[in-house]
Design a protein around this ligand. Structure first.
Ligand SMILES: Nc1nc2c(ncn2[C@@H]2O[C@H](COP(=O)(O)OP(=O)(O)OP(=O)(O)O)[C@@H](O)[C@H]2O)c(=O)[nH]1
Ligand SMILES: [Mg+2]
Length: 351
């Protein structure tokens, strides 16, 4: 973004499209107050900061488009760090659109996606991890991911990376001093201490990296793939976990052809459950394609649920790709009795 673009005044509807009791239109930038003055009654510039005032947005002919509450947040005490004006009007789609169009006619330009948060970042109101946290908070689908996004927004991740960076800079300064001033007496402990410092940073970075997967999983859900031979009850398991008859279940082996994906929330952890076509020698091209899709799903999974029929003899272990995810064996159809070949095999047994 060029510095000039950065000096523009942007406007956008902040509430989701659709009907609601209230909708919010935001303006941010150096001309925010002037745009609001032009679009309303000219009294926005004289208005007390951070205090809501009843006002009308009017068209060029002076006709009222909508009335609502206007609030002014002068820079730097606003979300973006720039002058901001917010208008809360009636939550209809048409009326909100017309309010926005009027603001654009008065000199604002449409905000790009995420531009309010980008300006907040550029003005030092948020660090990058906090900006990411804002996006995650908005997109959070479960209580745990909400909590993770909230702590990121509060700057915990950013603080830890800044601390690690500071320690590295300190170590670097010591090293450079040692190189530049070789005649100075260097404490014999310095080398050991420097190593210990770097090691501590390495431990912090490793610990942070180890949580990266957790963060992704909370955001996107645990990619859980149900696989196994035909007719063992994979689709039945999916349906039972979802609590509805999402997939077709039948006694004909090879019923599921395509992969079926649905999300559930299990004790606050989002699961992306994928039911797949049963693995066997394909009877035809459609089935072969289905089985290929199963293989691709297995390769991409975070968690594998291998379903087997407890009442049938234990087949040879399924060949899983190298580096495959955590794998859990589910022995289904226990109501039909357990075949002796499964004795002592660790599995979740169910019916
Ligand atoms: N007795 C018994 N039958 C079950 C159980 N679970 C599923 N079935 C039956 O087993 C048959 C196959 O179930 P599905 O869920 O369609 O099996 P699948 O693994 O998805 O089969 P494909 O999609 O063909 O690979 C159906 O007739 C189910 O009603 C169980 O725990 N006990
Ligand atoms: Mg099935």
């Amino acid at each position: 973004m060029s510095p000039d673009a950065y000096r523009t005044t942007i406007a956008a509807i902040a509430t989701p499209p659709g009907m609601g009791a209230v909708s919010l239109v935001r303006i941010s930038g150096p001309a925010a107050v002037r745009v609001a003055d032009l679009a309303s009654d000219g009294r926005v510039s004289a208005q007390a900061p951070r205090t809501a005032r009843h006002a009308c947005i009017r068209d060029a002919a002076g006709r009222v488009i909508d009335d609502g509450l206007l609030t002014v947040f002068p820079a730097p005490h606003s979300y973006t760090g720039e002058d901001c004006v917010e208008f809360s009007g009636h939550g209809g789609m048409r009326v909100t659109r017309e309010v926005l169009e009027r603001l654009l006619a008065c000199g604002a330009v449409p905000a790009g996606p995420g531009e309010f948060t980008r300006r907040a970042f550029l003005n030092g109101k948020l660090d990058l991890t906090q900006a990411e946290g804002v996006m995650d908070l908005i997109a959070a689908q479960s209580r745990l991911s909400l909590r993770a996004a909230r702590s990121q927004l509060e700057g915990i991740l950013g603080r830890r990376t800044t601390e690690a960076r500071d320690r590295l800079l300190e170590t670097l300064a010591h090293l450079e001093a040692w190189i530049d001033f070789p005649e100075e007496d260097i404490d014999p402990l310095t080398g050991t201490r420097l190593c210990a410092g770097v090691q501590a940073v390495l431990t912090t970075v490793d610990a942070l990296l180890a949580t990266a997967d957790q963060g992704r999983i909370l955001r996107e859900g645990v990619h859980t793939v149900i696989f196994g031979q035909p007719n063992v009850g994979k689709s039945s398991l999916l349906n039972r976990l979802l609590g509805c008859a999402r997939a077709i279940v039948s006694e004909t082996p090879g019923t599921t052809r395509d992969t079926i994906e649905e999300s559930v929330n299990l004790l606050g952890i989002p699961l992306r459950l994928v039911d797949t076509a049963g693995m066997r020698e394909a009877a035809n091209l459609i089935e072969a394609d289905g089985i290929q899709r199963t293989t691709r799903q297995i390769e991409a999974a975070d968690l594998l649920l291998e379903v087997a029929d407890a009442s049938s003899p234990r087949p040879a272990a399924a060949a899983l790709p190298a580096g495959a995810a955590q794998h859990l064996l589910v022995l289904n159809k226990l109501d039909l009795g357990e075949h002796p070949s499964w004795a002592g095999v660790a599995a979740v047994r169910l019916s």
